[in-house]
Design a protein around this ligand. Structure first.
Ligand code: APR
Length: 243
């Protein structure tokens, strides 16, 4: 591997699995009880808003009851320490809508978590376009704290909607020396295509997943096992090389 400065990390449901949040496509995963088209599309929300509100209200409550695990903490450490040691950057992009990366990171100068699929703990007002941190339920149509309209919806990117901050993410992929994909099945685009964009632009690519993902053949290197084991080992290796 060439000398690494700029790192882009993509995480998925597998990184939160050992915190107790079910993944989407594994046995026992989210969509077994609810068909995706019944809860995670704009059409579903228009057809049956109460079902969608109930579904996300339950998930939001669950997120508040779990804690970051060793993988979240290791990635937060890399975000905090890598730039000072190397002068390079770490962009952490997650498909997850929980706040476990954010809690592990805490307040850190210049470091953040990009939630490309939105956040459970955020409500989006479709009247004024404002976003508000939200931990209560949405089913009773509470007023938007900014404009007062009863027009809040989960701040979640549903199927058929555009993920957030794609321009920034693609710019970082073009600049990356190393792309690492952690705990994602590689089933959902555009995230599943990040590995090829990064590789085309010359980055080394690494997969850390419980098992080979759908896109595993596109990676230069893959390590398989639970994220709480593979991620801290990888972060330690990265930081040791730059100690
Ligand atoms: N450690 C590492 N990987 C794990 C672990 C673990 N402990 N447990 C499960 N995994 C792996 C699974 O093997 C699987 O490949 O995590 C992956 C999870 O895949 P998905 O359930 O498909 O989740 P994700 O890839 O994040 O889904 C992408 O799909 O439904 C949409 O918007 C939703 O953001 C989500 C997107």
């Amino acid at each position: 591997m060439e000398q690494v400065r700029n790192i882009v990390i993509l995480t998925g449901a597998g990184v939160s699995a050992e915190s107790g949040i079910g993944t989407f496509r594994d046995a026992g995963g989210l969509w077994e009880n609810h068909r995706v088209e019944d809860v995670a599309t704009p059409e579903a929300f228009a057809r049956d808003p109460d079902l969608v509100f109930r579904f996300y209200d339950t998930r939001r409550e669950q997120v508040l009851q779990v804690e970051p695990n060793a993988a979240h903490h290791a990635l937060a450490r890399l975000q905090r320490e890598w730039p000072a040691r190397t002068g390079g950057s770490v962009m952490l992009v997650t498909q997850n809508v929980d706040d476990l990366h954010d809690r592990a990171l805490g307040a850190a100068d210049g470091a953040e978590v990009i939630h490309m699929h939105g956040e459970h703990l955020s409500a989006w007002c479709t009247a004024c376009d404002g976003r508000t941190r939200w931990t209560a339920s949405l089913i009773d149509s509470p007023p938007c704290p900014s404009c007062g309209a009863p027009a809040l919806r989960p701040d979640i990117v549903w199927f058929g909607e555009m993920p957030y901050r794609m321009d920034e993410i693609f710019a970082a992929l073009e600049d990356a020396d190393l792309f690492v994909s952690i705990g994602t099945s590689g089933a959902v685009y555009p995230a599943a295509g990040f590995v090829r964009t990064a590789a085309d632009m010359g980055a080394h690519t690494l997969e850390l997943n419980l098992e080979p993902s759908q896109g595993t053949d596109w990676f230069d290197e893959a390590r398989h096992g639970p994220a709480t084991q593979t991620v801290p080992v990888w972060v330690e290796e990265m930081l040791k090389g730059k100690g």
